[in-house]
Design a binder for this molecule. Structure first.
Ligand SMILES: Nc1ncnc2c1ncn2[C@@H]1O[C@H](COP(=O)(O)OP(=O)(O)O)[C@@H](O)[C@H]1O
Ligand SMILES: [Mg+2]
Length: 413
């Protein structure tokens, strides 16, 4: 084996493409201004409002929240309160990742420890207390905090699912009809709930919803032009000069916009393309590296999707595979359903309705596993849809391999 050396002809600093707080948040000025304006009360030394932030993954919700919090602190520092009619507020901000916290209890305990970390007070164990005791300690801690304001961001809060007590109690703790009352004269509390899950808001307890979702901020996906600006900025740090062919960044942005519109998608794609160029000892990253990387990422996503399908979904994917091998595609839903039903019976599963299978096919179109086309049969025949495989059959086979549910009807699996 040759020795590995740190020298690298492609990357100057690949960390610039990874998840981190970037030097500049681009293409989000209006959104961040709107977001920050919801905290106007804080700089006026009034009670803050609660904010609910939603949008898909990788569109800047986390970094946007951190930036808004940071800018609020700076705004307070920069303003001359003495010369004004306002008392100077003092602000403590907490950003808590709730990705691995799946109960309100866990969130409350971790939050308590974060608040205590500043004062070096004892941490509490995150298990074992009665739930009421954890809340009692949390609200006591909030009363004792030495700042006038505390803003708490609960990121990816949807992980708590239906166990959403904390989202009722915390956002209303300054209301005097609350059992967990925190006197705003002692501490004014504002809560930001952040989620990637578009359905979470609707699943909230109505009481939690009305307090937490007082104000809402939606982070939409980026378009290709916006992604290009973001990627360009990061690429300037990540790569040596003149390593990227001219069309690499626009192509990366266009493909990522098509697939998702997430900055994360675009940065990952560029990293993958450049990493492939480096492995092949190529001096430059070209459009072809990007195209190949996009294809392999998409294929990986399809294999993952198929492995995660329900029994019926798996049977639909298998029906599509066999139809493709029999050169029966594109096919109408009726035909796909007939094949699905036959396999369901073979593996002893009660078939679901053709309507459900229709929805499954639509789900499989999101990652491009399946595609559809409207077919126009002229005046008499009317219009209908036909479905086709959107990926190579081997990729489907790869995803189905080792599936114990279909294995018995197909020796290859
Ligand atoms: N507007 C932007 N400007 C620069 N980088 C961005 C922007 N939006 C997202 N990113 C980058 O994309 C990644 C994901 O952003 P993040 O805020 O974690 O997304 P979310 O919380 O919405 O899932 C981070 O690496 C971040 O640096
Ligand atoms: Mg996030």
């Amino acid at each position: 084996m040759e020795r590995l050396t740190p020298d690298d002809g492609i990357f100057r600093d690949e960390d610039a493409l990874r998840d981190h707080f970037p030097d500049r948040i681009l293409e989000r000025d209006d959104k961040l201004a709107e977001y920050q304006s919801r905290f106007k009360e804080v700089v006026r030394n009034k009670r803050p409002r609660n904010v609910f932030v939603y949008g898909p993954t990788g569109v800047g919700k986390t970094i946007g929240t951190k930036a808004v919090f940071q800018n609020l602190e700076r705004s307070i520092e920069a303003f001359d309160y003495e010369a004004s009619r306002f008392d100077e507020p003092s602000l403590r901000t907490v950003h808590l990742e709730c990705k691995d916290l799946n109960t309100s209890y866990q969130v409350a305990a971790h939050l308590l420890n974060r608040l205590r970390s500043a004062t070096n007070r004892d941490r509490v164990s995150t298990t074992g207390y009665p739930e009421g005791e954890i809340y009692r300690m949390l609200f006591e801690e909030l009363r004792q905090v030495d700042t006038s304001h505390v803003l708490i961001a609960l990121d990816e809060i949807d992980n708590i699912g239906g166990d959403d007590n904390i989202l009722y109690k915390l956002p209303r703790c300054n209301n005097d009809n609350s059992a967990a009352y925190v006197d705003p004269a002692a501490t004014k509390v504002g809560v930001v709930g952040i989620t990637n899950d578009g359905t979470f808001r609707e699943s909230l307890d109505p009481r939690a919803k009305s307090t937490l979702c007082d104000q809402e901020i939606h982070f939409p996906p980026y378009d290709a032009v916006e992604l290009e600006t973001i990627v360009e900025d990061r690429a300037a740090v990540a790569f040596h000069d003149d390593v990227l062919s001219q069309d690499v960044v626009p192509l990366t942005a266009a493909l990522a916009a098509q697939r998702s519109g997430y900055a994360r998608t675009a940065l990952d794609l560029l990293y993958e393309a450049a990493d492939n160029a480096r492995s092949a000892d190529d001096a430059r990253v070209t459009e072809n590296h990007v195209k190949t990387a996009e294809e392999s990422i998409q294929q990986g996503a399809i294999v993952e999707e198929i492995r995660g399908l329900s029994t019926h979904g798996t049977l639909v994917a298998y029906a599509m595979l066999r139809l493709s091998e029999g050169e029966e595609l594109p096919a109408k839903i009726d035909k796909i359903y007939a094949w699905y039903k036959q396999f369901a019976e073979q593996v002893d599963v009660d078939p679901v309705t053709s309507r459900t299978i229709h929805n499954t096919l639509n789900d499989l179109m999101v990652n491009g596993t399946v595609t559809s086309e409207e077919v126009n049969k002229g005046r008499s025949g009317g219009r209908h849809y036909e479905y086709e495989l959107g990926c190579r059959a081997e990729i489907l086979l790869d995803g189905l391999e080792g599936d114990s549910r279909i294995g018995p009807v197909d020796g290859r699996l």
